[in-house]
Design a protein around this ligand. Structure first.
Ligand SMILES: Nc1ncnc2c1ncn2[C@@H]1O[C@H](COP(=O)(O)OP(=O)(O)OP(=O)(O)O)[C@@H](O)[C@H]1O
Ligand SMILES: [Mg+2]
Length: 255
């Protein structure tokens, strides 16, 4: 089943469909390849299958037909999907999915349990990540005590907890105001520069513009792709505006 060329690519999706009960066709024959270090933005109208595709990459759902290979591993045959989800991918959900009974710092620490880090190391890293998303003053607040944008930033910090090879983000700026969106884009630049592979879903053109490639979906299929204007020519979209939020400290080399 596995293709000998897959080690060259971070993500290889081949002939993937996903049909939900009731014959709801969410994905209808997707082929997608994402290179290591590439940032891809997926756009398309509501209901076209964007979240479904990300969930397949994160192995929290599985395709009805076809194969999904991430970091050289065919997800259909990965034995320990828990380990895969904890270490290979970081997922920022569309609706952030923080555990409501846990504080911000405890939410970020959660994925680090069982990774061999001491309690102190988990707390230190969670604090560093929350500092980096400007939530250093909100460590001990519950999600209900945070704004929608702040929760989204906790979710971003949580997705990065285990330095994933691939960051999957579903509308990461959906509930951010324009200032927070700008700072998220700085963060994205830093992560991209540090070599992280990023697949994000976004409706926001100013966010998509920061990708290396934009994929357009409609009715469960990929109907087009292109290079954003700013990225055309020598990766111009990688220019750093670093103000500390996006200086790459959250990337793979961070800790
Ligand atoms: N668990 C489910 N059971 C049945 N149908 C589902 C389920 N999840 C999604 N769908 C359907 O699959 C299709 C694709 O849904 P998906 O959530 O992937 O869309 P989307 O592109 O992310 O939309 P949005 O932009 O609104 O978030 C939709 O028609 C949706 O109603
Ligand atoms: Mg969605």
């Amino acid at each position: 089943m596995s293709d000998p060329t897959v080690v060259e690519d971070a993500v290889v999706v081949r002939g993937v469909s996903r049909t939900y009960p009731g014959n709801v066709v969410a994905l209808a024959g997707i082929d997608l390849t994402v290179s290591y270090g590439e940032t891809v933005a997926i756009t398309g109208p509501s209901g076209c299958g964007k979240s479904t595709l990300l969930h397949l990459l994160a192995a929290i759902d599985s395709p009805t037909t076809g194969s999904v290979t991430v970091a050289g591993r065919d997800l259909a045959v990965v034995r320990d999907l828990g380990e895969y989800r904890r270490h290979q991918v970081g997922l920022v959900f569309q609706f952030h999915n923080l555990l409501p009974q846990l504080t911000a710092i405890a939410n970020v620490e959660l994925p680090m349990f069982g990774t061999g880090k001491s309690a102190r190391q988990r707390a230190d890293r969670a604090q560093l990540l929350l500092d980096q998303v400007d939530l250093g003053d909100c460590l001990h607040r519950l999600p209900t005590e945070l704004s929608g944008g702040e929760r989204q930033r906790v979710a971003i910090a949580r997705a990065l907890a285990n330095e994933p090879a691939i960051l999957l983000a579903d509308e990461p700026t959906g509930s951010l105001d324009s200032a927070s969106t700008a700072r998220f884009l700085d963060l994205l630049e830093g992560l991209g520069t540090s070599g992280m592979t990023i697949v994000m879903v976004t409706h926001a053109p100013e966010v998509a513009r920061h990708a290396d490639r934009i994929i357009e979906m409609r009715d469960g299929a990929i109907v087009g792709e292109g290079v954003p204007q700013a990225a055309a020519g020598a990766g111009a979209s990688r220019s750093t505006t670093g103000d500390g939020f996006g200086d790459g400290a959250l990337g793979r080399s961070a800790l």
